[in-house]
Design a protein around this ligand. Structure first.
Ligand SMILES: NC(=O)c1ccc[n+]([C@@H]2O[C@H](COP(=O)([O-])OP(=O)(O)OC[C@H]3O[C@@H](n4cnc5c(N)ncnc54)[C@H](OP(=O)(O)O)[C@@H]3O)[C@@H](O)[C@H]2O)c1
Length: 258
């Protein structure tokens, strides 16, 4: 058996992190690289991906490269996975971080806005997992990790489609755990609580809303993006070899508060 520290190491693993140009995806990519993985950063904008790769490389951790594609675009997605397969012949870890939000009451959402959210937040997650499993099956080894949300376990008004998509993703995570566990592939989710990232900037800028969320969280503050990384490193590592179908909530305790 490996010593405990070695069980958390990701040396020689190839990991794809979608939505890695900024926010939680960037923090997860930086964490996986810090644990020794070769990390492929995904996003839609090459310049921001290059900048994210430069910042991670500057820490001297692991190795980073970029693969630009829109996760919701089927042709781009297939090309992205084909390029990774060609370069590395394998994929050990998929962290699907992309998730868009459109905070509006249901009646204010146009039908195409609803479809776009479901396409990006749910359908893309299923398709990415399918592409990843194809690369993982021959080696009988892999880690599927989806970034979901505490939305679904708890709910707020003006957020129904995002909440539905994240709950769907949680269902997929569990079903894939049941389907591929015997093939050496685990499937787990990370459910973040309130993190100080760009999509929450309007909430953070409003002192009343900001302190409402602080009061909702037993730890008493918003999460820093780097505080999500340890959960991803753990789930991607040998230390989590028997963790399958789990939702690891990282929310400062927000969902346990009455
Ligand atoms: N922040 C929170 O408090 C919180 C709470 C619960 C759950 N989450 C979940 O955590 C995840 C990350 O949230 P975040 O706040 O870090 O978001 P973020 O700061 O907006 O980052 C999103 C990232 O995804 C990329 N992206 C967006 N659409 C894409 C697409 N179609 N294809 C490829 N890349 C795409 C963006 O880059 P480009 O725009 O350059 O493509 C960016 O790098 C989401 O799934 C979110 O639902 C966040």
């Amino acid at each position: 058996m490996l010593p405990m520290l070695a069980r958390f190491a990701l040396t020689d693993r190839v990991a794809l992190v979608t939505g890695a140009a900024r926010g939680l995806g960037f923090a997860i990519a930086e964490g996986l690289a810090g644990a020794g993985a070769l990390v492929v950063l995904n996003g839609r904008d090459q310049a921001s991906l290059d900048e994210a790769a430069r910042r991670i490389a500057a820490t001297g951790a692991g190795a980073v490269e970029t693969e630009r594609f829109d996760v919701a675009d089927s042709a781009e997605r297939s090309r992205g996975f084909a390029a990774i397969a060609e370069r590395h012949g394998r994929l050990d870890v998929l962290v699907n971080t992309v998730g868009q939000r459109n905070r509006k009451p249901l009646l204010d959402l146009a039908e195409d806005e609803i479809r776009t959210l479901i396409e990006t937040d749910l359908t893309a997650g299923i398709m990415l997992s399918r592409e990843a499993v194809r690369l993982m099956l021959p080696r009988r080894s892999g880690r599927l990790i989806a970034v979901t949300s505490i939305a679904g376990a708890v709910a707020r008004p003006a957020d129904s489609v995002y909440t539905a998509a994240k709950a769907g993703l949680t269902g997929m995570v569990r079903a894939l755990a049941a389907e591929y566990g015997k093939h050496g592939i685990t499937s787990n989710a990370i459910a973040p609580g309130f993190f100080a990232t760009e999509p929450n900037s309007a909430l953070l800028a409003d002192p009343a809303i900001r302190s409402y969320f602080e009061g909702r969280t037993p730890i008493g503050r918003w999460g820093r993006p780097d505080e999500i990384a340890g959960a991803a490193v753990f789930l991607a590592s040998d230390a989590a070899s028997y963790v399958n179908g789990h939702v690891l909530t990282v929310d400062g305790g927000a969902t346990i508060l009455m």
